[in-house]
Design a protein. Structure first.
Ligand SMILES: NC(=O)C1=CN([C@@H]2O[C@H](COP(=O)(O)OP(=O)(O)OC[C@H]3O[C@@H](n4cnc5c(N)ncnc54)[C@H](O)[C@@H]3O)[C@@H](O)[C@H]2O)C=CC1
Ligand SMILES: O=C(O)[C@@H]1CCC=N1
Length: 286
């Protein structure tokens, strides 16, 4: 039995049923942390999407307003998984429907705990989280910040939810935007690099299949090597780089294209964009 399994009485209601919600639900069910019957999913209007989710994962879905309201009132955990642009309207409406003391788990980029509480109109316990899509295969990296209202049991629940889908770092809320720059959006940078490696391999004469297989295994091997050896990546890079060899030649080209500066600027811009998105939602308060 999974030690992280949520108590049978917990009901988790996802408000927002897009790709991030699905990644978490898939992980929760696959790891046995929650039974499908404990999970309810709502979205704005896409019934086909809800049918797919209930068919694929056995979760319950609801599309009628009265049923959705009842689900939200009975849930012990409500996961906010809509886009930042939809958050202000959704949270204001949610605040008028709740009557208990559910744990609110937000995965919304940029949205601060204080803005969530202000939009709800109640200082409910909030876990602000930033997962990534690798959660869907149990290899996610999630940052979590908790509001003062979160009790020990609720903290255990949110930790169990995200430990089920990968690794968790509990961080001060002020670090959430930079964490988004590193790990929330991070998989996209790695995929972008892999796209380029595959394209170059094909240009150089590899079959598309070989270029893909070799690229995937290379990225997987490098990540596992760093994790298993605990080595500094600079040391592992130097181990590959023979003086005046082919790796050195390649790294010189990356340097000429300002590789390090480019990646760092991308991570910082991501963090800045996360802040901007949060500010845009906060502006709805005034
Ligand atoms: N995709 C990613 O890699 C990550 C996304 N996030 C965050 O997760 C959130 C969702 O992102 P995605 O799943 O990619 O978006 P998505 O567009 O795939 O899904 C958004 C969902 O929210 C629903 N929705 C919109 N308004 C609603 C309302 N008023 N009530 C209930 N549901 C409503 C939509 O119908 C849709 O099901 C965003 O806030 C994003 O910042 C966080 C970490 C990683
Ligand atoms: O691009 C976005 O806004 C979201 C947040 C982190 C990953 N995707």
């Amino acid at each position: 039995m999974n030690d992280n399994r949520l108590h049978d009485t917990e009901q988790i209601c996802f408000s927002g049923a897009g790709s991030m919600a699905e990644s978490i639900v898939r992980g929760l069910i696959h790891k046995g942390v929650a039974k499908p019957a404990q999970i309810i999913m709502h979205n704005r209007s896409n019934l086909e999407r809800l049918e797919y989710l209930s068919g694929e994962y056995g979760v319950r879905t609801a599309s009628q307003d009265a049923e959705k309201e009842k689900d939200l009132q009975e849930a012990s955990v409500i996961v906010l998984a809509m886009k930042p642009k939809d958050a202000a309207e959704a949270l204001r409406a949610l605040g008028t429907k709740l009557n208990g003391n559910p744990l609110i788990v937000s995965v919304i980029a940029g949205l601060s705990i204080s803005t969530i509480q202000a939009l709800l109109g109640i200082a409910l316990p909030i876990a602000r989280t930033m997962p990534n899509t690798s959660s869907s295969i149990g290899l996610g990296a999630t940052g979590i910040s908790l509001s003062a209202e979160v009790n020990a049991e609720q903290q255990q629940t949110v930790m169990s939810m995200f430990e089920a889908v990968g690794q968790v770092s509990v961080i001060p809320e002020a670090q959430m935007d930079i964490l988004t720059g590193v790990s929330g959006s991070g998989p996209a940078y790695i995929y972008y690099m892999m796209e380029a490696m595959i394209a170059a391999g094909i240009e150089g004469g590899l079959s598309a299949e070989h270029a893909r297989e070799l690229t995937v295994q290379t990225v997987l091997g490098a990540a596992v090597m760093m994790k298993e050896t605990g080595e500094d990546p600079a040391k592992l890079r130097k181990d590959i780089t023979s003086p005046n060899g082919s790796t050195q030649a390649a790294l010189e080209v990356l340097d000429a294209h300002h590789f390090t500066a480019g990646v760092k600027a991308a991570v910082h811009r991501c963090a800045e964009r996360s802040r901007e998105m949060g500010e845009a939602v906060r502006a709805a308060l005034s």
